[in-house]
Design a protein around this ligand. Structure first.
Ligand SMILES: Cc1cc2nc3c(=O)[nH]c(=O)nc-3n(C[C@H](O)[C@H](O)[C@H](O)COP(=O)(O)OP(=O)(O)OC[C@H]3O[C@@H](n4cnc5c(N)ncnc54)[C@H](O)[C@@H]3O)c2cc1C
Length: 432
């Protein structure tokens, strides 16, 4: 007998399962790992709780209200180290703290604002570079956005499509003169001054709370999906188990979905070549003393520093470190062809740059570390990505296969959006 089969139990897959359950639909769910959560997992090491990648909760979907999940309200300033001769940090978002910049930069930003007002913005349909330049103005583009985005994507911004989501607020005169009200609106990728975080257990508490609401008999861990046969409507797992499906919901990364299709049309294989991404090394370290850094997250555009972001989880979650100690999480983007970097070299560069910037310096000692690689870190759009996605999704949906989540839909998403995407996929599966 065939029913709805769901593969991948990160937050999007879990949200899909919860929605199917809410609708009283039969389903079977499978996950490769021995635990659920995908990217929103945490590891415990010597009294430290490290998230798989640094995760804070910027919005709380309605679903959270139904979960047994204790969240802490965190208020913690974040920082940006703009591309300037001297090393200075500016609170994030940079657009709200322009008065902290040197006078010469403020004059240039003033002229950018005047030029923008004389020449109102046209609709941008070209590259991501044009889009950010139009949103931020030339000076902020050079001080921060150009190099920061380049370090995240590892692809020249002129080759990235303007369809890439960008939430950059333009600079405005009141902030230039220190008169603006710090708004709660999103600026450079999120308002990371105010957010929520699980009171205990790291970000893992979220998938665990979702799992708690699901019947264990429907969930099958350690099932690594190997093959998808769209014509026979069958999936095969590495342990030999196979399942027929009426609808299939997948949240694994889209290139991995295409790689598992039996006899896909050549056009689908060709389209998958346009699913561009950057990978991430994430280094978590536990430190033997309190943090000397005041912020939650620092963004560093400088090209001679290997990482683009450093988070200080111990500043927003005291429960994540033993009393009196602290932790850091560092992210370095790379790509096997465009920006090759071995794990060993990444580790060496991270420690060298942490020392150079004074973020980690003697007598502080690292007492525990965890370095791992996230293959699909940032999803990148070129001009060919959108048509490629349309082709792949059309082929899959003709066979009752629906993709959800950040890497399934191949779209930049925060956890709340991945959760919405999983719930929406449940409805598509039900109407098949
Ligand atoms: C470094 C980093 C930091 C982030 N920070 C934030 C943040 O602060 N706030 C925020 O809201 N969002 C953040 N995000 C985004 C957030 O992580 C994602 O939106 C969300 O976790 C995506 O969940 P998902 O279920 O779509 O995908 P995933 O978590 O990737 O889930 C996919 C699941 O599929 C499973 N799977 C893969 N292959 C197979 C297979 N062959 N067989 C069976 N199962 C398989 C995986 O094990 C995994 O469990 C961040 C992302 C990254 C990379």
């Amino acid at each position: 007998m065939s029913g709805i089969v769901l593969v991948g139990l990160g937050v999007s897959g879990l949200a899909c399962a919860l929605e199917l359950q809410q609708q009283a639909a039969g389903f079977s769910a499978f996950e490769r790992e021995p635990v659920v959560g995908g990217l929103t997992r945490s590891e415990r090491m010597d009294g430290f709780t490290f998230d798989y990648g640094p995760h804070v909760i910027l919005q709380t979907p309605e679903l959270f209200g139904r979960l047994d999940l204790a969240l802490e309200d965190c208020v913690c300033q974040s920082a940006i180290f703009p591309n300037l001769g001297q090393l200075i940090s500016i609170p994030a978002p940079i657009q709200h703290h322009l008065h902290r910049l040197p006078v010469a930069e403020r004059v240039k930003i003033f002229l950018d604002i005047v030029r923008r007002n004389l020449n109102p913005r046209k609709k941008i349909s070209g590259s991501f570079q044009e889009l950010i330049l139009a949103q931020s103005g030339k000076t902020l583009f050079h001080l921060f956005f150009r190099d920061y985005e380049l370090k995240r994507m590892r692809l020249p911004l002129a080759e990235i499509d303007a369809a890439m989501p960008s939430r950059i607020q333009p600079p405005s005169l009141p902030y230039l003169f220190g008169l603006g009200q710090a708004s709660r609106q999103v600026a450079c990728g999120g308002n990371d001054t105010r957010f929520k975080y699980p009171r205990a257990g790291g970000i893992d508490a979220l998938p665990k709370a979702m799992l708690h609401r699901l019947p264990p008999t429907r969930l099958h861990l350690q099932h690594d999906l190997l093959e998808i046969d769209p014509l026979q409507k069958q999936v095969v797992f590495a342990n030999g188990r196979s399942e027929y499906f009426s609808s299939l919901v997948l949240s694994l990364p889209l290139p991995e979905v295409v790689a598992r299709l039996q006899n896909p049309p050549p056009a689908i294989l060709e389209a998958a070549k346009h699913l561009v991404y950057s990978s991430l090394y994430v280094l978590n370290v536990g430190i033997d003393s309190p943090s000397r850094l005041p912020w939650a997250i620092a963004r560093i555009p400088k090209q001679d520093v290997c990482f683009y972001r450093v988070s200080v989880p111990s500043n927003y979650s005291k429960a994540s470190v033993p009393d009196g100690l602290s932790s850091l999480t560092v992210e370095v983007a790379h790509h096997e062809q465009r920006h090759p970097l071995s794990t060993l070299e990444a580790r060496r560069l991270i420690y060298q740059d942490l020392g150079r910037l004074g973020i980690l310096a003697a007598p502080q000692q690292v007492v525990v570390e965890w370095l791992h690689n996230i293959r699909y870190g940032h999803v990148v759009y070129t001009a060919k990505t959108r048509p490629a996605l349309a082709l792949i999704f059309s082929y899959l949906s003709q066979h009752g296969i629906y993709c959800c989540g950040k890497y399934g839909e191949w779209r930049d998403m925060l956890m709340p959006h991945a959760i919405e995407s999983g719930a929406a996929a449940a409805h598509k599966a039900l109407t098949q």
